[in-house]
Design a protein around this ligand. Structure first.
Ligand SMILES: CC(C)(COP(=O)(O)OP(=O)(O)OC[C@H]1O[C@@H](n2cnc3c(N)ncnc32)[C@H](O)[C@@H]1OP(=O)(O)O)[C@@H](O)C(=O)NCCC(=O)NCCS
Length: 163
């Protein structure tokens, strides 16, 4: 089954975080991961997160859907119509849904949305250096690593002629 993207709602965000497990690979500072890894589902925190993102002109948040289940979120952040740029970010819910091709599919859909609906001409992304899986997926989709600093690899995907 293929995934699709749906605009993130409060309900979807609660569903996402009810079974969310933080991935150590997204933490450059592992002590932060140690602090947060057992924090569990906190409905007030999820509401606050949803509210903090709502109505932001420079951000689009999507639930990654598999059938009627939420299995992750993908966001286009720092949307800048003048510079024609935005930044891609993605988090699948837990290991049960990783390494099954869903992240690649979701990123591909987000890229199409960014180029077609937002009209950007390039997309940025970053990845903690140890996050080889994330880098592999970005590179598979055509992102080029153009710099590395402070423990992060910085990526860029340019819209190609005819796309
Ligand atoms: C990164 C992420 C979005 C990828 O999605 P996914 O569904 O797990 O990945 P896919 O199944 O689509 O693809 C995984 C690919 O990476 C490869 N891979 C898996 N582990 C790897 C590793 N340790 N090193 C290199 N490649 C790896 C797989 O073989 C597969 O490659 P292939 O498609 O060429 O066969 C997902 O794992 C995730 O949400 N991780 C936690 C959050 C995160 O890292 N977000 C990105 C940074 S903000």
């Amino acid at each position: 089954m293929d995934v699709y993207l749906a605009p993130m709602t409060r309900e979807y965000m609660h569903e996402l975080f009810q079974d969310f497990v933080y991935d150590p690979d997204i933490f450059q500072d592992l002590s932060l991961y140690e602090q947060i890894k057992n924090s569990g589902y906190d409905s007030k925190r999820v509401d606050a997160l949803f509210d903090s993102r709502s109505g932001k002109e420079d951000r689009r948040s999507f639930a990654v859907m598999l059938g009627d289940r939420v299995i992750g979120e993908v966001e286009l952040k720092r949307i800048d119509p003048k510079e024609k740029t935005c930044t891609l970010s993605i988090h699948l819910q837990n290991d049960a849904v990783k390494n099954k091709g869903y992240g690649t599919q979701a990123e591909r859909l987000a890229i199409a949305y960014a180029f077609d609906a937002l009209g950007v001409d390039h997309i940025l992304a970053d990845s903690v250096e140890k996050n080889r899986r994330s880098q592999h997926v970005l590179e598979k989709l055509g992102f080029i690593c153009y710099n590395a600093k402070n423990g992060f690899k910085l990526y860029r995907l340019d819209k190609r002629e005819g796309e």
